[in-house]
Each structure stands twice: as structure tokens, then as C-alpha cells.
Design a protein around this ligand. Sequence first.
Ligand SMILES: Nc1nc2c(c(=O)[nH]1)N[C@H]1C(S)=C(S)[C@@H](COP(=O)(O)OP(=O)(O)OC[C@H]3O[C@@H](n4cnc5c(=O)[nH]c(N)nc54)[C@H](O)[C@@H]3O)O[C@H]1N2
Ligand SMILES: Nc1nc2c(c(=O)[nH]1)N[C@H]1C(S)=C(S)[C@@H](COP(=O)(O)OP(=O)(O)OC[C@H]3O[C@@H](n4cnc5c(=O)[nH]c(N)nc54)[C@H](O)[C@@H]3O)O[C@H]1N2
Ligand SMILES: [Mo]
Length: 657
Amino acid sequence: MLVAVRDGEIRHVRGDPDHHVSRGKLCTKCSIAYNGVLRDSEARLTQPLRRVGPKGSGRFEPVSWDEALGEIAARLGGIVAGPGPATILNTHYTGTCALLGMTFPQRFFNRLGATEVDPDTICNKAGYEALSYLYGESDEGFDPETANAAHCILVWGANPSASAPHQHEHWLADAPGTVVVVDPIRTPTAAAADLHLQPFPGSDAALAFAFAHVLRRDGLVDRDFVAAHTSGFDELEPLLEPCTPEWGEETTGVPAALIERAAQAYGAGPSLLWLGQGFQRQPRGGNALRAVATLPALTGNLGRPGSGWAYVTGSGSRRIDDAYLAAGHLLTDAPPSVSQMDLADVLTDPTRAQAIFCWNINIAASNPRLGDLRRALERDDLLTVVIDLFQTDTADLADYVLPASSFLESDDLVCSYFHHTLSAQVKAAEPPGEGLPNSEIFRRLAACMGYVEPELYERDRDVIDGLLQRTGFGIGWDDLKRSGTVRLYPEPRLQFADLAFATPSGRIEIASEVAVAAGQPRVAEPWHDELPARGRLRLLSPASPWALNSSFANDPRIARKLGPPTVTLHPDDASARGLADGDRAALETPTGRLCARVVTDPLSLRGVAYCPKGHWPKLTADNANVNTLNPGDAADMARSTAVHGVEVTVAPFVERP
Ligand SMILES: Nc1nc2c(c(=O)[nH]1)N[C@H]1C(S)=C(S)[C@@H](COP(=O)(O)OP(=O)(O)OC[C@H]3O[C@@H](n4cnc5c(=O)[nH]c(N)nc54)[C@H](O)[C@@H]3O)O[C@H]1N2
Ligand SMILES: Nc1nc2c(c(=O)[nH]1)N[C@H]1C(S)=C(S)[C@@H](COP(=O)(O)OP(=O)(O)OC[C@H]3O[C@@H](n4cnc5c(=O)[nH]c(N)nc54)[C@H](O)[C@@H]3O)O[C@H]1N2
Ligand SMILES: [Mo]
């Protein structure tokens, strides 16, 4: 990004025309927010606040940093000496994904011995686990720069048109290969693809098995690769026989001929596989991702240009030393982590939760069971500290609200989670009021706790230098600042170049003992979910192009674009319920109710309701969003979210007395 500054003030934030990925354009929502609410000092938190009214009343008084942190430290000290630090919950996630902003505070929580609420369980943990059974790791994605060599790009359960607009507009559009998209929703990415497969939600494993049947039938299984680099194909192969394209059509709804064409395009190779996060948020999403991620192994689509898979590419290729950044050695006796799915229950139990920190996260908008969660946070004896840029729904429930600075207001390092690049985040202005970077807030809190470990006090600049130096790329901060973004590899990087895998056998484990030990089947299964019964619809709530999780939903222009919550239905599903475009519908689950405007779309699948995530509950008419409906059921792996497995009833909205 280019940030124009005059007299110490930011005038505008724009895309950098020289940037090879953005090509001068920011994604639309971020462009609005970076030039809107993010720089609006009226909207931003500017001072530490202490609660004065009852919990949840949203009444606070300003206090100094010293007072706020001193009082928090005193409360923490009592908890450490009494029930113990494991009753302090550390809840954090994606507010900023810059390295220090996201991870430096972990040094404090490691020293404290707090219980971590496992961040990935709200997003992508089932997929990480599935990939690790097969490949021994999940972080090393293909290099997008190898797309020119790909005959086919298979995008499975990702919607870059909303979630990665540059990849939608340039990367996929420019790729010479056949683009195949697998998504129950006809997203703009699906609409622009050469082939769109529209399976019923939760049927992806069956679809992958039908793919594999075609690959085997048509001689597209790379037998040499399979023999040399995988184990367990002999256990998978007998399962493929009955999974014909016709069976695939019956179980997934995708026409048999389309399954054949897509499988043949992928199998011809070299092919890239983009594993989205949407489809592993299904009740058996771990199994689904495991089945789909077997396809590169069957076809030898690994270790050569134009091949590989990408899930959420980690910072490994940038050689970021996470152990140094998080100072993991400060944690001697780690309490087991808690899944986000279980947070509401843990918070109601004083023996498990005496305090909660929420930083980089807005649980009262993005987590499941919003009603239960809110009630749990109203517990009077629970110490709640929220660190954010804005007075979110979560901040309304705090005892102390601490103002954070934004990414425009501190130096940091940024690793893309698609491209193998490293970027400088360069401080462009002072934060409004007394806002501070996450790192500085936890340095100060460490001092109030009387901690002595030097890691807790390392200055940002020293950490940045320390990280850069440890990469061994020979890039200094001043160079990086000048370049903005650097590509670290002169040639496209080959994923799994040496075809060595970090599994127990060193091969791709199609059959996995590690999986069995975790209570999973030895090989993926051709599973498909049953269609919802009794008039219910399957509710999908992925990203909207107008929201970034719940971030910036308080921007007035974004709020206008988002409008009230909407539910998109097939016209037949709508009319069967006496609903038409623009009507108000009540969406209901045993967990809660949401009022949403009806949008009908003939390209929607019957039986599926689409209601994107992102609204701030307090900015809606009924103080709710789609997560009010989410019971927080876990998927089949890692107690990760199964948010896209929720079933709802949809009916005309009737005002309750
Ligand atoms: N129904 C449904 N729910 C979902 C999903 C879904 O698909 N459907 N997706 C899930 C996914 S994938 C994810 S990752 C989660 C995301 O959920 P969260 O990680 O909670 O993301 P946000 O809701 O955007 O909240 C981030 C908060 O961090 C704040 N913030 C930004 N920068 C900073 C900073 O520098 N310091 C501090 N302290 N705070 C900062 C922002 O203002 C914002 O309030 O939501 C999940 N929830
Ligand atoms: N605009 C915007 N961009 C974002 C975010 C945002 O909130 N807004 N969030 C960011 C975050 S935290 C994340 S994790 C990424 C996620 O980005 P993606 O990986 O693209 O994931 P989602 O957008 O959650 O869902 C992608 C698609 O999965 C589909 N899907 C749902 N269920 C199934 C299924 O059973 N089978 C198949 N095949 N597909 C299914 C949905 O219809 C959706 O179109 O996006 C990031 N980018
Ligand atoms: Mo996410």
C-alpha cells in the first residue's frame, strides 16, 4: 500500500501500482475502511477504559494506562496465587496478521502460564490436521508464481472473489490453465471458471472419491509416483470401485459428465489444487479435506512446476523463527488449550475461567453461540480485558477496554499467506489518543506483574531485526522498508521439491496410523452428509465481499454496502415458505433467531441458505448476527468449527411481543 502523509497526518491509503500482486488496487472493502473508520478518531478507542455500570451495560470511565494495567496486574496476581494461571484464558486471532502484532504478546501469556483458546479452531484447524495425516505438515503451500506451468487449477471450497480479490481478479484470470471451482454457491469466482461443480454442502469427500474413480478408470493414476512416494493406496483402491461418476451424481448432485471432465482436466496435470477453508467447516470437514488432498498424491501432482496444493501458507518459506517470536521456552507447564467451540461453556465455570483476555479478536461477533457467550461474559467475578481499535460488542462486555494502534501506526513484518513474500509494515502516523501497539501493551503489563525475563521487554525494532537476521536472507529492515514487499525466491519455489514428507514413513500416508491413534479412520472415507430433513435448510455463512470477518462492519460506508443481514435462497425454497425478494425472514435454530432480508437467486442450490458472516450484532435490528444461530458443533477433527453444517428453519418474520 501507499500511504500519503502530510503534516504528520494520513491523507489517503491506496494500492501501490508497482506491487506485483495488488497492481495498484486494494480490495474494495479495505480501501473503504482504511480511508474511513480506521482513521476516524471519533470511532477509534483512544483511552483505556474501566467499567462503571453493570457488566454489559457498556458504561465506562477513562483511566490512565498506569491505573488500568496496575489494577489488571493486581487481579492477575491474585488469580495466579489462588486458582492458578490456567484459569486465565488467552483469546486472540486475526485482528492483525502482522508478525509482532499477532505473536509478540504470546511471550507474556507463555510467561504467565495462561490457557490458550486455540485460535485455529474457529477457522481452519480440521484442515491442518487432515493435511498433517497425509503430508506430515500443512503449511508449505505451492508457489502461486508457478501458475503459468499449470494445465489446470482446481479451486476447492474457496471463494477468492470475496476472500482474496487479487487472486480472483489477476492470478486466476491470467492463469493459462483450465480453472475448475467446487463450491455449492455460484460465487463470482465459480461463475468465471471454466467448470463449476456445485455439490451439496458436506458431500466433498464423496465427490473426491468419484474424481479418484475416474482417475483410476482412465489411467490417470500415476502408478510410479504412488509406488515411490505414498503408502496405503492398496487400502484406498478397493474403496474407489463403487464410486462411479453416476454414484457421485447421486450423492453430491454434480452431474456425472461434469465430474468426469473436471477429474480428467485435473488428472492430465501438471495441476494446482487450492484447498479452501469453506469445505472443512463441515461436520465431517476433516475427512472431506483429507479425501480431496489425496488427489495430488494419486496423480503425482507434486514436486514439479505447476503442481502442488495450497491451504494456508505459513511463514516457514519466509524462515520466520516462531519459537523466538513467541518465546515458547517461557512456558514451562502448558495447560491444555481450549477449543473456541467450548469457550462459552468454559467461561461459565469459575473453576476453569477466572479471567479472559480478548485481543485481535471479536468473539461476541465471530464465535458461535453468541447468546450463551454474552451471558457467560456477564459473570460478575470474571475479569475481562478487551484490547481493540473499536468499541466492539466484545468490548461492551469488558471490565477494562484498552486501545490498540492500527497497522498504519506501528512498524511490523507481514507474511502473505498465499505468496512467498515478505513485507514491511511501516509506521505512517501516531495512533489517535493514547493507543498502543499490542506489543507495547504487553511489555507494560509484564512490568506491572514484576516479571524479569528480558524477552518480555525486547523492543519492536530489535525483534524485527532479530527476525530478519534469523531468516538468513540477508535483508535488513531499511532495505525492506524501501522495497515494501520482497519476493524471496528468484524462481518459482517448488513445493515438496525433494519429495520427502514429514510423516512417520517419510511418504504421503494415504493410510495413516497417526490418524487411527487420533480416533480417525485409516484412510479417508467416501462420506456425504444427508440432506436436511423437516423443511430445514443448510446454512452457509462464509465471507462477504463487504466484510473482513467482523472488522470494519462499523464503517458507515461498509455498513451501507452490507445492509441488514440477508439470506439468499433458491426461488422455489423461498416461495415454498411464502417468501419473496425483500421480505423479512426469521432464521431459527435451537440456539437462536435472526431476522434477515430475503434475496432469491435461481443459481442457488435448493436446500441451501446463504447468509454471510460479518455484522456487528449491536448494529443490527435484533442485536444478532448469523453466529447467534450457530450451536458451535465441532467438526470431525481437532474440535474445529463445523459452522457450515448448521441447519435452519426459514419462515416469514413475525415480531415477538
Ligand atoms: N458464521 C461464521 N462465523 C465465522 C466464520 C464463518 O465463515 N462463518 N469464519 C471464522 C473465521 S475463518 C475466523 S478467522 C474468525 C475471525 O474472527 P476474529 O479473529 O474475531 O476476527 P474479527 O471479527 O475481524 O475481529 C478482529 C478484531 O481485532 C481488532 N483488531 C484489528 N487490529 C488490531 C490490533 O492491532 N490489535 C488489537 N488488539 N486488535 C485489533 C479488530 O478491530 C476486530 O475487532 O471468524 C470465524 N467466524
Ligand atoms: N472479504 C473477506 N475476505 C476474507 C475474510 C472475510 O471475512 N471477508 N476472511 C479471511 C479469513 S479469516 C479466511 S479463513 C479466509 C477464508 O477464505 P476461503 O478459503 O475462501 O473460505 P470461505 O470464504 O469461508 O468459504 C469459501 C467457500 O466455501 C464454500 N463452502 C461452504 N461449504 C462447502 C462445502 O461443503 N463444500 C464446498 N466445496 N464448498 C463449501 C462457501 O460456499 C464459500 O464460497 O478468507 C479471508 N478473507
Ligand atoms: Mo479464518
